[in-house]
Design a protein around this ligand. Structure first.
Ligand code: GLV
Length: 283
C-alpha cells in the first residue's frame, strides 16, 4: 500500500514523508518539507548525520538486520583465521611447491572496538572457536563472555593484549582517526589490524609507517577514506595489506526491504523509525 518513489523520479517532493537514504544528494533534506523520519539504508548513519540540511529534530533510524550482523561475523572470523593460520603464507608455499607443515598451538586473542550488534554477533562466532574476546566501548559494558575495556587507556591496554584488533565502531567525531600511530605502536609485533568500520577511523599514513615498524604485522582493510580506493593509493601494492572493497557486510536487498517497510509502518503509526539513533551521540 505504500507509494514508493525512487530518486530522482520523486514527483511532488512535499508529499514525501519518509526517506530511505544512502549517499543522498546534497541539499535533498531542505527540499522535503513533509518528512516525518529518515532511515539509513545501511547500518551506519554517519552519511545522514553529517548532512548540513538534516533538520535537527528529525528522527533518524537505520536498517540493521540479523543477516547484516552475521555476514560481518563471518568476515571477521574468516579474516582472523586467515591471519592466525597464516593462509597467505600457505599460498606462497604452494606457489613454491613447498611442504611447510605447521599449525598454531593456541587460538588468537581478539579485541573488538565497538560492541554493537555486529560486534556481539562476531564475539559469539569467535567464542565458538574458543577464541578469547576483548571488547572496548564508551560504557565498558558488554556480554559477560567478553573482557570489556573503556576509556583512552583501556583502548591502548586492549590493543597491547590482543593478536587481532578489529574496528567495528560507528564513525563519530569521537572515533574519527581513533586508529593512529599511538594506538598502532601499542599493538603486539605479530598482530593484525582489521578495519571494517569506516575508512576515517584509520589515519592511513600512520598505518604505513606502523607496518614498516612491524606493529602490526598485517592489516586487513575493507573501508577507506576515499572509496573506491584510488588506483594510485599505496595500500594496493603493500605486501602486508589485504584489501576488500567495502563488502564485509553490505545491505541485503530482501532483509533491508522488510526492515524498511516495518520502519515506515512504525513512522505512519506515530512511532520512531527502526533503530533510531541519537544524533548528538552520533550512533
Ligand atoms: C555499510 O557500511 C553500512 O553502514 O551499512
Amino acid at each position: 500500500g505504500a507509494d514508493i518513489r525512487v530518486w530522482p523520479d520523486a514527483g511532488e517532493l512535499s508529499e514525501i514523508d519518509f526517506a530511505i537514504c544512502w549517499k543522498q544528494p546534497e541539499g535533498l533534506f531542505s527540499r522535503l518539507p513533509g518528512l516525518k523520519a529518515v532511515t539509513s539504508l545501511g547500518a551506519g548513519v554517519d552519511g545522514i548525520l553529517k548532512d548540513p540540511d538534516l533538520p535537527r529534530d528529525l528522527p533518524v533510524g537505520r536498517l540493521a538486520g540479523p543477516r547484516l550482523a552475521s555476514n560481518m561475523a563471518a568476515y571477521v572470523t574468516a579474516m582472523t583465521t586467515l591471519h592466525w593460520r597464516d593462509f597467505p603464507g600457505f599460498m606462497k608455499d604452494q606457489a613454491a611447491r613447498r611442504w611447510n607443515q605447521w599449525a598454531p598451538e593456541h587460538p588468537p586473542v581478539v579485541g573488538l572496538m565497538g560492541m554493537g550488534e555486529m560486534a556481539r554477533m562476531t564475539a559469539s562466532a569467535l567464542e565458538a572457536l574458543d577464541t578469547p574476546v576483548h571488547g572496548w566501548n564508551r560504557s565498558g559494558k558488554g556480554p559477560d563472555t567478553v573482557t570489556m575495556h573503556s576509556g583512552d587507556r583501556g583502548l591502548v591496554e586492549m590493543a597491547a593484549t590482543v593478536d587481532v584488533l578489529v574496528c567495528l565502531l560507528p564513525l563519530t567525531d569521537q572515533t574519527r582517526g581513533i586508529i593512529h600511530a599511538g594506538l598502532l605502536a601499542a599493538m603486539k609485533p605479530g598482530a593484525c589490524l582489521i578495519n571494517t568500520g569506516r575508512g576515517e577511523h584509520l589515519v592511513e599514513a600512520d598505518l604505513l609507517s606502523a607496518l614498516d615498524a612491524g606493529r602490526p604485522r598485517r592489516a586487513i582493510l575493507d573501508v577507506f577514506s576515499t572509496e573506491p580506493l584510488p588506483e594510485s593509493h599505496p595500500f594496493w601494492q603493500h605486501p602486508r595489506i589485504l584489501i576488500t572493497p567495502h563488502c564485509a557486510s553490505i545491505t541485503l536487498t530482501e532483509e533491508a526491504a522488510r526492515l524498511a517497510l516495518e520502519s515506515w509502518r512504525r513512522v505512519q503509526a506515530g512511532k520512531p523509525p527502526l533503530g533510531q539513533v541519537e544524533p548528538d551521540r552520533g550512533y
